[in-house]
Structures are given as structure tokens and as C-alpha cells.
Design a binder for this molecule. Structure first.
Ligand code: SF4
Length: 297
């Protein structure tokens, strides 16, 4: 069982929050402080924030289908029928697309999204996993392990990272944690291309997440990146004490930088919007969901 925390408004660190902050301060403002904006209605900001892309959709749907497969595995180890799986993927994609607006269509880069391409891509990623040795290993784990699996836990992965500045609030959303004896494995599916630096940082976060939530319950925490693009491959990074210390000191610096944009740190109230400057690298704007608001579309 994961620990729970009472609500606190202070900002929490996450890889994606700091990525957005580093990408563009104005994008960071619209993503996290839209309700403070007086220039545009919150409904417009939320609509843009909720835009998806083809690549994001493929990743999200592959996660959803793998979650369903793992939940099924907890009850049955029967072989997965490919035709039925394709039907299941198709139904999931069609349901997902009913209420999603794609950035590519919204910004008129394309007339429509190719549903068949998304179905094929999700199915391919899922079957790469299902045919992997890792899947077979998971399938054969004993019931004692299966009963303890934590699959796409609810919420945003809130945790605390213990540092010499105290326990800092952070979010590390894990895909799948499975205990096996005195070890706990953390698996993170990736349908996009490998980005070892960024993904390694995520995995260190996951390790700290597990050590906080399961204090001393396991001898070893083994985080694994599982890549599902163009064949199955894994990265199992060795994480040293030095990596963890560096991670924590980077995190403290990231939090300090983000809190510099707070007028009230405890309540996470932002400074004035004009201090969240537009990126000078206008090339980045063509990938940004908020470009309509900045007049950069
Ligand atoms: S369009 Fe460009 S300047 Fe505006 S929020 Fe996005 S990245 Fe920043």
C-alpha cells in the first residue's frame, strides 16, 4: 500500500514539470498557472492544454492496453490471442479518439488523424512487449508476487524525497511495480525513442519513490526502462550513491529555480505573467500547444 499525503499547495518537483519550465517559461505558466491568467479565459487555456498529438496518443494508449493485459495476467496466464487483442486495441483507440482533440488537426497541419495508423502502432508496441522474454518472466511469476503488483497506481505518484533540506514534495508516476521475493522491480514502458539522460533521471526518481513508500521492505530496488519501439530492449541502469546525491542536489536547484517564479512559495502563487517570458528559440513554438495564445502559429 502506498503512503498518502494531506493536500498541500506548495509546488512539487517532477521531471515533466521541470522539463516544461526549461522549455519555455510562458508554456510553464499556461500549463501550471492558467487559472491566474487575466488575458485569456481559463476554458481556452484548458482546451489547449488538453490537446494531444499522435505520438502522445500512441504512448498513452499502449500504456492503457498493457495495464489491461497485466490486470488480466493476475487472473489468467492463458496465451493472448492476437486477433482478439487487435480488436481490443481498435476498440480502445476508437473510444479514446471520441473526446480527444489532436494538435495536428487543431492547428490545421492535417485534415484528420489516421486512426488505422494509431491502431497499428499501439498494437505493434503491445505485441512487442507480449512477445518479449520479460513478459514471459512476468507471466510465470508466482501468485504471491501477482497479488502484490502495483499497476498504474491512481493519482500522480506523489512522494517525498529525503534531502538535507528536509522532505521535498515530488511526483514520480510509475507504470508497474512488482515484488519478487526481497526484490522490487519497477518497469517503465517507452514507446518513443530512447533518451537515456532524461529516462535515467526518471528511474532514479522511481527508485527514491519506492524506497520512500516501502521503507526497508525490499533488499533491492531494480528500475527497468522497457523500450517498445522497433523491437524490445531494456535499460537497467546501475544507480550509485553518487547518482542519488547528484539527483537530489539537482532537484533542490530545480525547485529553487521554479520557486523563484512564486510570489508566495507556500501557496504556489505565481509572479506576474510578464515575468514568464516567451522562449527566444521560436523554432520550439511549432511543437507547443499554446502557440495560438502567443501569436506564434
Ligand atoms: S508558443 Fe512558444 S513562446 Fe508561447 S508558450 Fe509555447 S513555446 Fe512558449
Amino acid at each position: 500500500m502506498l503512503k498518502r499525503f494531506p493536500f498541500s499547495p506548495i509546488l512539487g518537483w517532477s521531471v515533466s514539470r521541470f522539463d516544461t519550465f526549461s522549455f519555455c517559461k510562458r508554456k510553464y505558466y499556461y500549463t501550471y498557472y492558467g487559472k491566474f491568467d487575466r488575458e485569456f479565459p481559463i476554458a481556452k487555456i484548458t482546451q489547449l492544454k488538453n490537446l494531444t498529438t499522435e505520438a502522445l496518443s500512441i504512448g498513452s494508449l499502449a500504456h492503457d492496453v498493457i495495464e489491461a493485459i497485466l490486470k488480466r495476467l493476475q487472473k489468467s496466464t492463458d496465451v493472448i490471442d492476437e486477433t482478439r487483442m487487435k480488436g481490443f486495441v481498435k476498440a480502445q483507440v476508437q473510444k479514446y479518439m471520441l473526446d480527444k482533440v489532436f494538435s495536428e488537426v487543431y492547428y490545421k497541419e492535417r485534415e484528420e488523424i489516421d486512426e488505422a495508423y494509431i491502431i497499428d502502432s499501439v498494437f505493434k508496441a503491445v505485441m512487442i512487449f507480449v512477445k518479449s522474454e520479460r513478459f514471459e518472466w512476468i507471466r510465470q511469476l508466482p501468485d504471491t508476487s501477482k497479488q502484490q503488483w502495483i499497476i498504474e497506481p491512481d493519482g500522480y505518484g506523489e512522494t517525498r524525497i529525503k534531502t538535507d533540506r528536509g522532505d521535498l514534495k515530488a511526483y514520480c508516476k510509475v507504470d508497474f511495480m512488482l515484488p519478487d521475493g526481497k526484490d522490487i522491480y519497477i518497469l517503465d514502458w517507452k514507446t518513443g525513442k530512447a533518451d537515456e539522460f532524461k529516462h535515467r533521471k526518471q528511474l532514479i526518481g522511481y527508485s527514491l519513490f519506492a524506497s520512500f513508500h516501502f521503507e526497508n521492505k525490499f533488499d533491492r530496488i531494480i528500475p527497468i526502462l522497457a523500450y517498445l519501439k522497433d523491437g524490445y530492449s531494456e535499460v537497467v541502469p546501475q544507480i550509485s550513491e553518487m547518482d542519488i546525491e547528484n539527483f537530489k542536489s539537482d532537484m533542490i536547484g530545480d525547485i529553487r529555480a521554479m520557486q523563484n517564479m512564486n510570489v508566495d512559495i507556500e501557496n504556489n502563487t505565481p509572479v506576474a505573467k510578464n515575468e514568464f517570458t516567451l522562449t527566444e528559440s521560436e523554432g520550439k513554438c511549432k511543437y507547443c500547444e499554446f502557440r495560438e495564445l502567443c501569436g506564434r502559429n
